[in-house]
Design a protein around this ligand. Sequence first.
Ligand code: HEC
Ligand code: HEC
Ligand code: HEC
Length: 239
Amino acid sequence: MIIRCLLVLCFLGASAALANPLEREMDQARPDARELQRAKQQLEKPSPKGVETRLFVPPFHKRKDAPALSATFCRSCHQQYPHRSNVRKRAFLNMHSRYISCETCHWRPEGKQLTYAWAKVLGSSHAQGMIVPGLKGEQALIMENSPWAHALKQKWEEADGAGRIEIKAKLHHPLRTKGPGCGACHGNEDALLDYGMLGYKPQRARELELNPTARFIERTEPQSASDPVRRIHIRDLLE
Ligand code: HEC
Ligand code: HEC
Ligand code: HEC
């Protein structure tokens, strides 16, 4: 009995040590009643804008569209192009999702100093792979085939309705519903990414900081539903 307890403790210790910082946050998350309620509504009545493919089991014909990128954990439930609701930004956000990991934009815990680096991810559209966040030297990208993701997938498959609501809420508790604005990476101040550390030459870094398209999209973001939508004209890009 004692040996069994020790083995279990060892196993728990080992799996906690294997988990990356985001996985640990998800495991320890304590979603509140509002988050659980939201998850309940989302899972009971999936919105056409949300996850369209069946969770963890994408239909065959969709697999072909995105063979390699489905290897990241988020994509085991979310679609290849998860951004839909913001019509002005969605094409850019989906384009970026091919070389910037979901975690980079959606996991930005307050009070923690994250660093960003390239990681090799099969299927990325960028020669360097994907930009992923790290905390104290540990990368926080979750791959679909990680032991933690396997265990979670099994839990999900065995869970009933209430269990799945809790899993959804826990997974999303550390995440932000919205990612950063374009200006966080294409602006002069409060830069999220350090382009030098990512290996960009100063000239290219400057180009990215001053990118006119990103700055235009950010500057003209409607503040309320009644704001008129501004379309891009060539002269805006030259300003
Ligand atoms: C077990 C399946 C599953 C996994 C894995 C998953 N999601 Fe989700 N996610 C959902 C569901 C279901 C919704 C609700 C969609 C809807 O109905 O609007 C959602 C919604 C979201 C939302 C909108 C805000 C919210 O909380 O409802 C964001 C942002 C998001 N997910 C990001 C991510 C990121 C980033 C990852 C990877 C770290 C991830 N998700 C992994 C199932 C999943
Ligand atoms: C470059 C930053 C960036 C990356 C990378 C990114 N997101 Fe987002 N995401 C955003 C922003 C910004 C929003 C909010 C858009 C809005 O409504 O203004 C958002 C919103 C969402 C939403 C809400 C639904 C919707 O239609 O907008 C979901 C779900 C989501 N992201 C999932 C993901 C997943 C899954 C990944 C990885 C495959 C990912 N995101 C990668 C920035 C990003
Ligand atoms: C998390 C940081 C991040 C956010 C947020 C972000 N971008 Fe980017 N963006 C990048 C990086 C990094 C590149 C360059 C990738 C490369 O080619 O090496 C890039 C490239 C681009 C490019 C191509 C520029 C070029 O010279 O190749 C455009 C256009 C662009 N982003 C627009 C946007 C818009 C519009 C938004 C907001 C909807 C946005 N970006 C949000 C990081 C970001």
